[in-house]
Structure formats: structure tokens, C-alpha cells
Design a protein around this ligand. Sequence first.
Ligand code: TRP
Length: 475
Amino acid sequence: MVSIRESIHGEWSSRWAFILAATGSAVGLGNIWKFPYITGENGGGAFVLVYLACILVIGVPIMMAEIMLGRRGRQSPINTMRDLSIEAGHSTHWQYLGWLGVIAGFLILSYYSVIAGWAIAYIMRASSGVFTDASVEVIKNEFVSLVGDPEKLIAWHTLFMVMTMVVVARGVQGGLEKAVKFLMPSLFIILILLVGYSMQNGEFNMAVKFLFTPDFEALFYKTDAQGNQYMSWNAVLIAMGHAFFTLSLGMGAIMVYGSYLPAGTSIAKTTFMIALADTVVALLAGLAIFPIVFANNLEPGSGPGLIFNTLPFAFGHMDGGIIFGTLFFILLTFAAWSSSISLIEPAVAWLVENVKISRAKAAILMGLACWGMGLLTVFSFNIWSDLKPLEDIKIFKDATIFDLLDYLTANIMLPLGGLLIAIFSVWIMSREASMEELDMGDRIGFKLWRFLVRYITPIAVIIVFLNVLGIVTFK
Ligand code: TRP
């Protein structure tokens, strides 16, 4: 049986359009803003190694599973999961997996938009020339004064949320497809230029050593509030969570994009290309940032401000830095834009299908709610920056509301969603159905995929969860 179902929301014009959109979704703040700072906070090499392993054995197979489910269901993740479980003769409770994703996407967008707002603010700063010949201190102060000012943050957050909702309201084949075509390659080129700068002017060797020499002590051993060392798997969970986050997995974003994918496209090849592009961008960002960190005695673990405290220094000291800097933050904003859209698309698609309101109305509704939620993040960088709601728990001793929101979504909800997606695609859905949809025949590739999704992915996710909870420990 060939599936001839079509999505009511339209389809991508070609396989390339899908690759671009999915890459647009994957490549975003996660690669350029988040990857470097969490790598810095978790000691470098060993963290990067675990992250890369997670991309390969968890991320790639789950992405294939998500695209496959989406293309078979051809609807929002909630309704896709409902119909596919009916098809497999199972309980429609699986639709709650769709709900989990909708909520995760909503929560992520609420803070994603605030951080994307920083990128927009930096377009203005870079173009005004404030970074030219600026010292590290001046650059730090610029950042502190931005995040310390709730009004400014709210203004940029509002602008970004409006931008996101305008594109979402217009539907998948509109502006989105066209925009990514130019933006992704441009971002790539400017990152390579930045790496070139850092090679010549930064401590490049130290950065390479930091990123690629695994030091497992630094990964597993942390210090508590009293200065005592303790062992924790938390960093492993963060690396795994980030593999989901950076590939946009575990919440239905790629599933919903997959639902607009024309039949007859190779899901495996497509997935490889997306995962490769995403990983390369993250590593380039690391190679651009850490040489500057080490050359200027900055703290690798200084947190979410890392790229805003390092790259402006490079722009301030290179020829044409005003132009490059401005361009860089414009591209970063676009990368965030093409990602944010996919975070809210599952919710909007569901509203259009079930509540029968127009796309535009659905987008406005979700945008408003998400904007309000984003205020929590805005305030955790200023008026609530001392609020550490879970400070009694060791691993959360310094965590602000923003940190907790990020932890809950990226490290708990996405891996949990991914785990359930894995279980569904190989234990619930029939082998025939997945084989037909993946369209790889009954060959080694398909068998390997099934093996990974059947055993490796679920076991890996469960082990890491249990370890962080302290229920299982390895000595
Ligand atoms: N992957 C994007 C990034 O790296 C963020 C993102 C977009 C995302 N859609 C998602 C993360 C869905 C998790 C789930 O910036």
C-alpha cells in the first residue's frame, strides 16, 4: 500500500525545500549560542564527545523516526499519533505524546524568543561601532547593561515573537522556504571567516585541545555549595538533551515538517545531511569562540552570555569588523527565526485542525501566550536574577528560572518525547509500516535503524535518566 494521504496544510515544493526548512529548524541558537556555553560549563572535550555520540546513535535514528511518523500521519503531531496508534491497533493515549511536544515547544519558544532578542539587540550594537577597539571589560558591560534592563529585553522579545508569528501565520510554503536558501549558506561562510580570525588571533591550539581532548573528570565531577566534590551524570544528560535540542527532536517539530514532505523522498539521506550540517555549524561556532576565550582569559563556563562576550571582541579588532559583526548578528537572528517557527508549528497545526480557526488567528493566540510566558525568562536575567527556586538540590544550586525552564524542556521533556517516539516507532507501529515509509527496503540500513531505535536509544535515555536521579550509579 502506498500512502497517498495529503496534508491539509500543504506540502514542501521539493525534497530540497524540506532539507532547507529542517536544517533551518535545526541550525539556530542551539548551535551558536547554547552549544559553546554549555560545553564551557561542562569542561569541554568529554562533553563534546558524549554530545557527538548522542547525535549519531540517538539523534539520527530518532530524526528518521520522527520524519517517518510525520509523513505517515500527515497532520499535527497530536493527530498523527492518534491516527497511527489506531492504524497499529493500539490505544489512542499515544496522542499525549503529541501534547507533551506541543507543551515543550511552547515553553522552549518562550525563552528562545528572549535570547533571539539579544541577537537583534546586537545587530544594532555591532553596526553602531561600539565594539571597535573595545576592551573585554567594555564588551562585558554592554552585555550586562542589556540583560539588566527588562524593558529593552521585552522590546526585543516582542519584536522577535511578532516576526515568528508573521511567518507562521503565512504557512509553510511561503517566506520560510525562500529565506533559508540564502541564509544558511551565508551563515556558514561567516562562521568560517570567524574561525579564520580566531586561528590567527586567538589561542587556537588551546581551544582545539579544550574541545577535543576528553577529560572525563571534568564531565562527571562537580563542586557543591560547600566546595565539596561530588559525582554526577548531570552533564551527560545535558549533552544528550542538547543532541535533541540542536536537532529539533523529541517534540514533533521535525514530525510536523515531515508531514509536509512529499512521498518518495529518502528519509535516511535527508536526515544525514541535516545532522551533518547542524553538527558542523556547532563545531565551527566552538572553534570561533574558544580561541578568543582563552586569549583573553575569559571564563569558559561563564554561561549564556558567552558568545556575546567573545565574538564582539573579534569584531572590534578585525578589519571590516563593523560589517562582519552586523552581518553575523543578522544571520544569527535569521537562524533563530527559522528555528522558532518550527517550535510553534505543531501547536498551530493542531489548532487549525481541531479548533477550526484560521492559521492567522492560531498564530496570534499562541504568540500572545508564548510572549507572556517569555517574561519569566526576561526577569530571570535582572529583577529575579537572585531567585534560585531549587537551590536546595545540588545540581540546581545556581539555577535561575530560565535555567530551570531550559533544563526541564531540553533535558527532560525532549529526551522523554524522544524515548516515546522510539518506543512507538518500533514496538507499536508495525515493521511493515515503518519499512514502507522509510522506503529503504529490508536491507542493512533499515535493520540498523530498527536495532538502534529498538534497543540503543531507549536504553541510553533510560540509563542517563536513572543516573541523574541517582537511582542507578556506576562506580
Ligand atoms: N534546534 C534549534 C536550535 O538549535 C531549536 C529548535 C527548533 C528546537 N525547533 C525545535 C529544539 C524543536 C527542540 C525542539 O536552535
